[in-house]
Design a protein around this ligand. Structure first.
Ligand code: HEM
Length: 388
């Protein structure tokens, strides 16, 4: 396996990681990324294979998992009950409880509400001065919708957003002791809020996800209180972070490619071309040789989802944004056992948000160059200045 070197915090890489991915793919299906000290799957074929291989998973093998450092204990206490960090049988039990609430009927029913929210956000756009579309549109839309779906007061949105941003910053390559402390404090405060809110909600069930999860918890066998808290927090965090970035990246791409016209195919192309989450890791659960590399139990591999989307063995003219492209088996939402639970919701939000924005602001244009934030493996903009 060839080695490649690239700092994930280097400014040029943060702004445009795709040339590095092209180099990595040219070096093989698997390359050793020195800065992450692990092999990476670079091609569509390799990412696809690892996502679906049951001999690999997200949960660290028990004999290898070290006790988390004290200053991150609140963060890892939540993670230890999060379905995203677990494998079967706990993962299957938690995921099936959540999936019950994400039926396609329930998601479709949200369409009028999403559209109404888009209109009210657009009503508040300033008329003559350039403004940042991220806080005005891209961020509040998914945050408010996930609050409503769960049944959390949407007045809490700014607070939830802060806790969520602080927590997920622990996953980025640019990690400092200060970021760690802030992430741990956010996990502690978020969990304390959810615990007291769940207690309050026990007396007043409604037609929302929290009520369903509380019923499952009270049943005893299905969900522990810690799992209930961790599941709510995972959904609130995952339910907006990636959608915010995708909407921002998508508007930026569309504006520089002739305009905001979008259908569901365009949404898939945005997710292929400039996805919000670039890398996820897996542990090997047994000694196994794949793509000519021998893994020992406990070895890690990084899956470069964003590199897979630009693989010219899978897509013609892969570096070209083509809204009419028929994108299938794109890995922006992952694949296999952890395939994104919220994909149907995210797709619906993105489609309605882009179409409503186009209908209401047909002359929307970029008002300043936009930069990506230094948050790898996240890939989203710092600001998106536009004028109507
Ligand atoms: C464009 C928006 C989104 C993208 C690109 C995205 C992407 C992903 C990816 C790549 C994974 C799998 C990670 C892995 O395999 O290691 C994932 C998992 C997950 N996502 Fe999303 N996501 C998005 C929106 C959402 C939304 C709106 C929700 C919730 C309402 C959500 C909830 C989840 C959950 C709960 C998981 C964990 C699933 C499991 O472990 O079984 N996501 N997402």
């Amino acid at each position: 396996m060839q080695s490649v070197s690239q700092s994930p915090t280097e400014p040029a890489f943060v702004q445009n990681p795709y040339p590095f991915y092209a180099r990595a793919r040219a070096s093989g299906d698997l390359v050793f990324w020195e800065e992450f000290n692990m092999p990476c799957a670079t091609t569509h074929k390799a990412v696809h294979a690892f996502l679906r291989d049951k001999r690999f998973g997200r949960e660290c093998p028990a004999e290898l998992s070290a006790k988390p450092p004290l200053h991150l204990s609140d963060f890892y206490a939540l993670e230890s009950h999060s379905m995203l960090e677990l494998e079967a049988p706990r993962h299957t039990r938690l995921r099936s409880l959540v999936l019950r609430a994400f039926t396609s009927r329930r998601i479709k029913e949200l369409a009028p509400e999403i559209e109404h929210l888009c209109h009210s956000l657009i009503d508040a756009f300033p008329e003559d001065a350039p403004f940042d579309l991220l806080p005005s549109y891209c961020t509040p839309l998914p945050v408010v919708i996930i609050c409503r779906l769960l049944g959390v007061p949407e007045e809490m949105a700014p607070e939830l957003l802060k806790w969520s941003n602080d927590m997920v910053s622990l996953y980025q390559a640019r990690r400092t002791p200060e970021i760690e402390q802030t992430a741990n404090a956010a996990a502690r405060d978020f969990a304390a809020f959810m615990r007291s809110y769940v207690d309050k909600r026990r007396q007043s069930p409604a037609d929302d996800l929290i009520s369903e999860l509380i019923a499952a918890e009270e049943d005893g066998a299905k969900l522990s209180t810690d799992e209930l808290i961790a599941t709510c927090i995972l959904l609130l965090n995952a339910g907006h972070e990636a959608t915010v970035h995708t909407l921002g990246n998508g508007v930026k791409t569309l504006l520089s490619h002739g305009g905001l016209v979008a259908d569901s195919q365009t949404v898939e192309e945005i997710l292929r071309y400039d996805p919000p989450l670039h890398m996820f890791t897996r542990y090997a659960y047994e000694d196994v040789t794949l793509f000519e590399h021998s893994f020992k139990r406990g070895d890690q591999i990084a899956l470069l989802l964003a590199s897979s989307g630009r693989d010219s063995a899978q897509w013609d003219t892969a570096d070209k944004f083509d809204p009419a492209r028929n994108v299938s088996t794109n890995h922006a939402f992952g694949g296999g056992a952890h395939f994104c639970v919220g994909a149907p919701l995210a797709r619906l939000e993105l489609l309605i948000a882009l179409q409503t924005l186009h209908a209401r602001c047909p002359n929307l244009r970029s008002a300043a160059p936009s930069e990506y934030a230094n948050l790898y493996h996240f890939h989203g903009l710092k600001t998106l200045m536009v004028s109507t």
